[in-house]
Structure formats: structure tokens, C-alpha cells
Design a binder for this molecule. Sequence first.
Ligand code: TXA
Ligand code: MG
Length: 347
Amino acid sequence: MINTKLIKMEENEAFALEMASKIWKDGGLVAFPTETVYGLGANGLDEQAAVKIYAAKGRPSDNPLILHIAQKRQVRPLVKEISKVGEQLMDTFWPGPLTLIFPKADCVPYKTTGGLDTVAIRMPSHPQARKLLEAVQLPIAAPSANLSGRPSPTTASHVWEDMNGRIDLIVDGGAVGIGVESTIIDLTEEVPTILRPGYITKEMLEEIVGEVKIDPAIMGVLRPDIHPKAPGMKYRHYAPKAPVILVEGKTDAVIHFINGQIQERGVNTVGVIATEETKERYQGGIVKCIGSRSDMESVAHNLYDVLRSFDATNVSIIYSESFSEEKFGQAVMNRLKKAAGQQIIHL
Ligand code: TXA
Ligand code: MG
């Protein structure tokens, strides 16, 4: 057991920066806020530190880590080459929630890239993340700071739930803004390919670089003949303790179906993920409002907190409404489908 410390960065910034840098330079683990979700950081050039991340999360070691940097000039030494498309995307979307995949340079250890010859890099825009990364001047490998398989953390207390006793420090920067992980785009293919949808949508990327593909493994049901290019996408993910079932169909039909389940199974054993527009229409059940249907950003922002909040209840099953997969909706539905382990009811 490690004695995990927690510092509110707002209250003592200089101390937080100094302590985080020291721990990172000594090969330790520090969780910190980004604009997407909290990350669990370690020196990405130190094999032993990367190994500690996998142990703390209980993460399979073939699942590569993203390197986080503070300045664009930090990219060059980490990669074999930067294509024109890479330059354009960095110029347009960095700092921000976009991760780029490049061919890796020799200095990046295979323990960080899960054995791959490519490396994922992103420059977060969260002001506190930027200060921490600037202070340490190292590429920081950081997966989401949750136990493997659990919903990603969007507050320091989510990180504490999963990581207390496993890491050296949690830098508390309050609740994050976006709430789902960065968009990942692979630049090592002929046509840039989205491996994980996020806040930066296909449409936004295509406006800058022309045609962009989507890895077919992202939205579909997992099939043995489709191998996701982002190894992390093949695991069940984002899941609360009770199973989640996603219900697709016209809103009235979805509500009618879920109300039927509540009646059948008992009002205290069924969880419901509802929206501002629908929450009053459930008869019993533990109903949590995830946001407004007309504002996907609110849904993304609340998604992981709502999933986690069911763990404090006695529900044995959670039914979730579903959303349009247009634009940012694709990222939200990708996470909900994974939380549901692909258990989807089409009405
Ligand atoms: O928003 C984010 O990206 C957050 C914050 C902390 O920055 N990080 C994050 O990391 O979501 P993680 O480890 O939970 O997810 C990283 C994903 C995994 O699905 C992994 O397989 C994929 O990125 N990935 C990393 N390096 C890759 C590579 N070289 N090739 C393909 N996929 C890669
Ligand atoms: Mg993750």
C-alpha cells in the first residue's frame, strides 16, 4: 500500500507543481486533471515507471499509453517523422482533446507503447495539466486514472475511489470539462483513421485534412474478424458494477419498455439513465438524469459520474436511453455501448 496524497492545486499551486515533478522524475505515479478525464501519469520514457501504471490500474500490458506533452517541440524526438497532415492537425487542434498516432522513435520504450512501433501523443489544454507538464519537461504517459474496466474518472474523488493506496499523488483540479476521452487519430495509415471518437469529430477533422476514415471496430458489435487498431477498444470498459443495457428505439417505446422492466423486477432494483426531457416519465426505479437530449456536451460531461453513482445504490440492472450517433453523439454512444458490453435492445 502506498500512502496516497491529495493536493488541491488551486490552493497550493507551487507546492503541487514541485511535488508532482519530483515524483515523476523519481519514477512515481501522479494523477492529474485534463480537459477530458483525469490521467494517471508517469515518466513515459522510463520503462519501470510505465510498468507501475499497468500494475496500479490492473491493465493488460498490451494496451498502449498516450504520451502527454506541454509544447509542440517535444514531439519531434519521440517520433520517426511528422507528416503534413500531422502538422496541420497539431496546429489546428492542439492544445486540446486530440491524440495523434505516429511511428515511434527508438527512445520511446515498448513498455509504453504496449509493444507497438507507433506512439500516441497529445497536448492537453487543461490549464493545470499544462502547468504540470511544463514544470516537469518530460513526456508523461497517462491512461485514464481508473481501475481497468471502470468508468473513467472525471473528478478527483473518482480517482481516490479507484487509486487510493496505489499511487503517490492525486492533483485535484476539480471536475473536468468534456468528460469523455480524447479523439484518437492514426496518422500511420494512408488515410488518417479515427480509432476512438471524442470531442473532436470526424467532420471537424475532415474540414482541415480532407478524407478521414473511422476504424470499423469503433461502433459495431465486437466481432472476432474485426480487430480494433487501438488495443484498448477491445476490452469491456466504463462499466459500473451492475450490468448496463442500452435501449434503442423511439423515445415513447423506450420509456414504455423500461417502465415494464421496473414493474416486473421491482422499483428499487432497476436503475435508469434518463434525460431532462424524459426523467419525469419513469414510474419508480432509481432514475438518474444524464443531461439534455438537445445538449450532447451535457450528456458527455455527466456520463461517467452517472455510471459510477449507481454503485452506491442496490440496483441489479441499469437500463439506459440511447442517443443519436451524429457528431459528438458518436463518442457518447461509443462509451455507452462499451459500458453495456454490447448488450443492446432494439425496439
Ligand atoms: O483523453 C484521453 O486521451 C485520456 C487523458 C488522460 O488524456 N487518456 C486516455 O488514455 O484515455 P487510455 O489509456 O485510457 O486510453 C488510450 C487509448 C487506448 O484505447 C489505447 O489502446 C490507445 O489509446 N492507444 C494508445 N497508443 C496507441 C497506439 N500506438 N496505437 C493504437 N492505439 C493506441
Ligand atoms: Mg481508459
